[in-house]
Design a protein around this ligand. Structure first.
Ligand code: CP
Length: 315
């Protein structure tokens, strides 16, 4: 059984990127692969892109799709083992995962970090429990610590738009008033590490990501210095990892503007979306020729298709 939970489940990244680009050129080449098979997409949190792109990719591969907002459409699920279930959770994941696994050949799950307990979030309990009890491949539609389908779409987008063999890619923290998880930033770093890119990460002090995700990335706390000569600027807000889940600052000088982008080498701007305009990124950047956010979001369909194809080949 092959899961798709992180880059550790990818055997050949270049091939996977090529498969995504191939799917974009010929979306229905593998329509027989998923015939008479079913994927269940379980959302513990909101989504626009992941929900629609994964459904579309699954349909391109001939899969039947069942979608569920867990906790809204179904019973609240208890994830901890051995607890007395006298609270608001009516069903245990042991039964729920086993039952859903009996209906579906693949299960995709979105479950964000709670941002209260770092150890618990980074243990990825929801995914571990489904892996243990569902007995079918599990796809990560964004977990507490990672968003691999987004990262694969980001790799595809960089591959398509790079004009240098080894582009400079800068991940920059963006200001936001609300605490957001580290998943997209973690995952982006994790996927950029094996890519042939110069990876620079910039954020205010106190926002360092977990070292296992930073890898070869060079951390520069001065955003202007970090942006110098960048070919791609990848914006994202995240809350503190060290002071777990806290918003330490929302300094507006970290917002990406045209003046900031002029420090780059005619760099392109990327963001996974959704984003709050003129809080994180100025209209002038998002509406201008540097922005790749729509192309990047469109590539979510092809990253999902490449990942699902890989999983289907191993069922
Ligand atoms: N980028 C992303 O995952 O978008 P959604 O939250 O809308 O799925």
């Amino acid at each position: 059984m092959k899961h798709f939970l992180s880059i550790n489940d990818v055997t050949d990244l270049n091939q996977l990127i090529s498969n995504g680009i191939a799917a974009k050129r010929n979306p229905f080449a593998d329509i027989e692969l998923g015939k008479n098979k079913t994927i269940g997409l379980l959302f513990f949190n909101s989504s626009l892109r992941t929900r629609i792109s994964t459904q579309k990719a699954a349909q391109n591969l001939g899969l039947n799709v069942i979608m569920m907002n867990v906790g809204q459409d179904g019973w609240g699920l208890e994830m901890e083992d051995g607890v007395i279930m006298n609270g608001d959770k009516a069903e245990h994941v042991k039964e729920a995962a086993a039952v859903i696994g009996s209906y579906c050949d693949i299960i995709g799950i979105r479950s964000f970090a709670g941002l209260q307990d770092r150890e618990k979030d980074y243990a990825e309990i929801v995914f571990q429990q489904f892996k243990k009890y569902a007995d079918v491949p599990i796809i990560n539609l964004e977990s507490a610590t990672r968003h691999p389908l987004q990262s694969l779409a980001d790799c595809i987008t960089i591959e398509e738009f790079k004009i240098k063999q080894r582009p400079k890619v800068v991940l920059t923290w963006l200001p936001h008033f609300k605490a957001l998880p580290q998943a997209v930033a973690n995952s982006f770093c994790e996927w950029m590490n094996p890519m042939d890119v110069e990876l620079v990460i910039t954020h205010p002090e106190g926002y360092d990501l977990a070292p296992e995700f930073v890898g070869k990335g060079q951390v520069i706390y001065d955003q202007d210095k970090a942006l110098e000569g960048a070919d791609f600027v990848y914006g994202k807000n995240w809350s503190s990892y060290q002071h777990y889940g806290q918003v330490l600052t929302s300094d507006p000088s970290w917002m990406i503007t045209e003046a900031k982008m002029s420090l780059t080498d005619n760099g392109k701007f990327m963001h996974c979306l959704p984003l709050r305009r003129n809080m994180k990124v100025a209209d002038e950047v998002l509406d201008g020729p540097r922005s790749l956010v729509i192309e990047q979001a469109a590539n979510r369909e092809w990253s999902a298709q490449a990942a699902l194809r890989e999983v289907l080949l191993h069922i």
